[in-house]
Design a protein around this ligand. Structure first.
Ligand code: HEC
Length: 129
């Protein structure tokens, strides 16, 4: 009888632990989804007029960000383009917070088949210094 109670108890603890791990994973996934959605909104507001909402730009005028070597290369390189500007592209350092820049960079680096690891606002702040 005692053994059965103990086993039931251990099973219960195991179940609770895996439930809270699952909850934590789901929570961090939803935070990542929220940041991605924020990045998408920032992209549509600030970048899509030139690079287009599908990220493919306009041939000969605005480069495609989908499949771009620069975009896929490193988040810091994209951040420098946003901070400094380039050619016809304005600087966004006055218009966007470091968090905005991080979100939009993580979006373009992971939209349209691109894959890149995330950059955070702290890394952008260090580049701004
Ligand atoms: C007014 C139009 C315009 C806007 C708005 C704009 N860009 Fe650009 N972007 C350009 C042009 C033009 C270039 C190419 C500059 C050059 O090489 O001379 C470029 C280049 C880039 C590149 C380099 C791509 C490559 O493969 O070389 C990245 C990355 C980029 N833009 C990201 C962004 C992001 C992110 C935003 C929004 C925060 C944005 N741009 C907003 C016009 C724009």
């Amino acid at each position: 009888m005692h053994t059965i109670t103990r086993v039931t108890c251990l099973l219960g603890i195991g179940l609770l632990t895996s439930m809270s791990v699952a909850a934590a994973v789901a929570e961090s996934a939803s935070i990542a989804t929220q940041a991605f959605e924020r990045g998408r909104a920032l992209f549509l507001d600030n970048c899509a007029e030139c690079h287009q909402s599908n990220g493919r730009g306009l041939k000969g005028i605005y480069p495609s960000l989908a499949g771009s070597e620069v975009v896929r290369g490193s988040g810091a390189d994209v951040a420098l383009q946003l901070i400094i500007g380039r050619g016809e592209m304005p600087s966004f350092s006055g218009a966007m917070t470091p968090q905005d820049m991080a979100d939009v960079i993580n979006y373009v680096r992971n939209a349209w088949g691109n894959e890149g690891d995330a950059i955070d606002a702290g890394a952008i702040e260090r580049l701004l210094d």
